[in-house]
Ligand binder design. Sequence first.
Ligand code: SF4
Length: 292
Amino acid sequence: MTRPGTGAPGLTAAVRRTPAATSRRPPARRKRAKPDPVKAWVRRLARYRPNLQQDVRAGLSSFYGTPTWERRLDPTSELILTILTQNSADINAEKAFEALRRAYPGTGLVVEHHLGAGWGGEGLPPGAAPDWAAVEFAPIDELTDVIRPGGLANQKAPRLQSALRTIREARGDYSLEFLGELPATDARAWLTQIDGIGKKTASIVLLFCFGLPLMPVDRHVERVAKRIGLIPPKATADDAHELFLAMLEPDEMYEAHVNLIQHGRRICHARNPEHERCPVAARCRFVNPKAP
Ligand code: SF4
């Protein structure tokens, strides 16, 4: 009997039961998950160059000391200052930030100190944060002129305003203090959705303002790490952030970042690195391709 709307009785079921119909079907192949290249690299390093990151950290801290984390600016100021350093010298970014403070003075705000660990400038003098609403709504030509001493002002003025606008629209004010309550990579993801904010800028803000375990990879960190062989020679800066996160313990991040930067600035220069003074030369693949 045919039930209304079901076609021939039991036809589908019959086909399903036919042994020939199922036996001819090749067994489903399980797709192998692609190995995670970050984990694979870290495993390979541990196997073929045991204790490399530990020896490098120990060598650098015996030379440069062990930096103690201390908050240097409020996170919004740190973000704006870090945007001002993008492709500019830290010392010029300081001039631009100081100019913001003078042109758009904040009132009744906490006086900030800039302590400067890992920083390539001279350190900002204590002072209140600029009035961020005044910066966001400033005429663009005026803001561009104010931050001109920092370099690339035509690009950075709209970037500053767009970052401040995004924060205000998402949060109702300019405070980024809430990020300190989030897991490190969630906080980084929040910041990197802002136009012009990549992993490096976000990681600087979160590491220096909250001590969140992230590794900002700037050109010094990247160069030194590639020469030693801590990260693959062709790793992108974006990959390098993830490689360090997989390689280091959370409480090793700040020290490793500050000392790798110091090493890149003081000894492992882009040109003419001073191998003879280097505390980690014994493990560096740049001077010895067979270094352990
Ligand atoms: S040995 Fe030379 S290249 Fe290697 S980390 Fe030291 S200074 Fe840099």
